[in-house]
Design a protein around this ligand. Structure first.
Ligand code: WTA
Length: 662
């Protein structure tokens, strides 16, 4: 059997793959890329024309990065749910499976065709309308990975309601914050779900969140509850809570629901993500541009063909699931797997068992999962038939060469290209990635920008008057994008200044990503991690300021805290918290446990600090700014790289911190 050729550290796609790929060479890509940035009117106009528009746009795009203003498909009217459902049925895919649900119990499989999905979505859209939801209203969704989640999303999109999905691993408090910020009056949740053999309740958190909202003067009027688990009772509040199953079965609920035609720039969803302040940002995506970008990026990057079975292991509560489990696959008429459980239960071959069972051809996961499974040994993938795979993907954090090689060898059998895809909640879809048939990849390089993406690694600038300068080859710069692409976010919900200040000030005239990157001689990008106060723990994006705010709110004990990231073998990064206790409070392991418990309650288990160190002070400049660089170095154990500490208000604190390192 042929294997991919390796030369000078570059891995070349097999001839068979190249022949069938949409883009078969770098030259072909270059030509398309040039047109995409020089003539977006034609390039994106042509791609958008492959989709259904109720009214065609007047102009493809208009933007001003000095103001943070972006518009795509101006004047056009369409509907994303229509394109994902009705349009697919018109193309003859009505009886094809759209959503393939695999529950944690192996026998728990639900296959929903495009026709069945359309009926379910229409019914649930009618339920939402019956409950008073109108175009522009926000609907909060706090659901596990079950098929009802895409149904709820598409139902919102069909009637023009804005969904805001909250990852199931967030706590009641985190859910409250998001419901309040979005002003959602309706919440969709489940009684519970399966997690590693146990039943976990979603409704319990939902109830607490609703009570907490009430304390802030906000009422959640309606809660719709999916009965995911049988024999799992949850309290139902009369007048507020109803069962999803009863709602869609009601005699007055039709399985036909007219489409709300949306302006291309009408909001589609809000998704909260962490930034460098204590409060998550409501990243706002709109209809037309996101639709075109999710369509084209899915098609070209995963080289998607009609017969493929696509399995993305992300949670729909994160942007990866929005774009590459639901919208991207469905607008391409694909079969997309929704998997409820975890990679290691009942055994660390669950992913591979699913690949074997459904003959998955494209598999997309996160480096943290690969590293975790790698530790379990290759006997697990070797015990399964993975011959259906033809393409692999990685997302969420830089993939280290060891994990890349393992993925390549044991999962891809040295024949599947790997697309290492760099993107963000803000970008809506993948921006930097290999096109799998077009050029060789290098482990840990995301390689080249997708169509329409003018990516640059810029040197830092101290003032707007300085010109933007690219970092020299192989030297780290700030990853920025010079012009808008269709899938780009359009704002921070309710905070227009924050949108501008976060993304357009650091490098005036550019979108600033918050990541560091280098470019090699081939122009390939290598991502170097965040350069702001955001940490990627197991691919989950976490703002250190948010974790600090949670720790500080334990105000019977904590006077001040500083949280930084440090390298972790499996998680990629983990959180390290330095804590100054209030006077009279004794440091202890019990207190550490309490603090971890408190953070879990305030944000969720994903934010638990892996290490806590009690300190008497923090390294601060004379103006009182915490020198995080020093804290990061200590946390990473890079004691000899602390640099100059003489400018600190109290340099002796560094010795104490180094001695007490956890
Ligand atoms: C990181 C996830 C290196 C990066 C889609 C980015 C990556 C943040 C990669 C966004 C990759 C994502 N290589 N780093 N292939 N993909 N990142 O918003 O730091 O949850 O800024 O979106 O993840 O995380 P988010």
């Amino acid at each position: 059997m042929a294997v991919m050729k390796e030369e000078n550290g570059k891995y070349y796609p097999l001839e068979d793959f190249v022949e069938q790929a949409y883009v078969g060479s770098r030259a072909e890509y270059e030509e398309m890329w040039k047109q995409s940035v020089n003539d977006p009117e034609t390039f994106w106009g042509d791609i958008a024309s492959e989709l259904y528009w109720h009214k065609k746009w007047l102009k493809v795009n208009r933007e001003d990065f000095f103001k943070g203003e972006i518009e795509w498909f101006i004047g056009g009217k369409t509907n994303l749910a229509y394109n994902c459902l009705d349009a697919q049925i018109k193309k003859g895919r009505g009886d094809k499976v759209a959503i393939l649900f695999q529950g944690e119990p192996d026998e728990d499989v639900v296959k929903l065709t495009y026709k069945e999905m359309l009926k379910l979505v229409s019914k649930f859209a009618n339920v939402l309308k019956k409950k008073g939801v109108r175009k522009g209203d926000r609907v909060a969704i706090y659901l596990p990975m079950i098929w009802q989640l895409p149904v709820a999303m598409l139902a919102c999109a069909r009637i023009g309601a804005i969904h805001t999905i909250v990852f199931g691993g967030f706590s009641a408090e985190a859910l409250r914050d998001r419901i309040l910020d979005a002003g959602a009056k309706i919440l969709i949740t489940a009684n519970g779900y399966w997690r590693s053999g146990k039943n976990v309740s979603s409704k319990a958190n939902a109830d607490i969140a609703c009570d907490l909202c009430a304390k802030e003067g906000h009422t959640v009027d309606k809660v719709v509850v999916v009965k995911r688990l049988n024999n799992f009772d949850v309290p139902m509040k009369a007048g507020r809570d109803t069962w999803f199953e009863d709602e869609i079965a009601a005699s007055d609920i039709s399985d036909v629901c007219p489409v709300q035609w949306m302006d291309a720039e009408d909001p589609l969803f809000i998704l909260y993500t962490s930034g460098s302040t204590g409060k998550p940002k409501g990243v706002l995506h709109t209809t037309g541009g996101y639709m075109v970008y999710s369509y084209s990026s899915f098609k070209y990057i995963f080289d998607y063909k009609d017969k493929d079975i696509f399995f993305c292991t992300a949670d729909i509560g994160w942007v990866t699931g929005h774009t590459y489990i639901v919208y991207g696959p469905m607008i391409n008429g694909a079969t997309s797997i929704v998997f409820e459980s975890v990679p290691t239960f009942p055994n660390p071959d669950r992913f591979w068992q699913i690949v074997e069972k459904f003959k998955v051809s494209i598999f997309y996961t996160a480096p943290t999962a690969i590293r975790a499974l790698m530790k379990e040994g290759e006997k697990w993938p070797q015990g399964r038939d993975l011959s259906s795979l033809r393409l692999l993907g990685s997302v969420g954090e830089p993939i280290n060469p060891e994990a890349w090689m393992w993925y390549h060898k044991y999962i891809g059998s040295e024949k599947c290209p790997i697309v290492d895809t760099w993107w963000q909640t803000e970008t809506g879809g993948i921006l930097i990635t290999p096109l799998p048939g077009a050029w060789p990849t290098i482990p840990s390089y995301a390689t080249l920008p997708f169509f329409g993406v003018d990516a640059r690694a810029l040197q830092p600038r101290s003032s707007a008057n300085e010109p933007a300068v690219d970092a020299p080859v192989n030297e780290q710069g700030e990853l920025c994008i010079a012009r808008s692409w269709p899938g780009m976010m359009r704002g921070v919900f309710g905070e227009p200044e924050r949108f501008f200040n976060t993304y357009f000030v650091q490098q005036p005239g550019f979108y600033f990503s918050g990541d560091g990157a280098i470019r090699n001689e081939d122009g390939y990008f290598r991502l170097m991690g965040r350069i702001d106060d955001v940490v990627n723990v197991s691919g989950h994006r976490m703002g250190t300021a948010e974790v600090e705010a949670a720790l500080n709110s334990y105000n019977t004990a904590v006077a001040e805290s500083a949280v930084v990231g440090f390298p972790h073998e499996v998680k990629g990064e983990d959180l390290y918290a330095y804590i100054i206790l209030k006077s009279g409070v004794e440091p202890s392991d019990v207190l550490k446990k309490e603090l971890v418990g408190h953070v879990r309650k305030e944000i969720g288990p994903i934010a638990s600090p892996g290490k806590i160190q009690f300190v008497s002070g923090l390294p601060k400049t004379r103006s009182g700014k915490i020198m995080r660089r020093i804290l990061r170095k200590v946390a990473a154990g890079a004691i000899d790289e602390l640099g100059d500490t003489t400018t600190l208000a109290d340099p002796s604190i560094v010795d104490e911190i180094v001695k007490g390192r956890q």
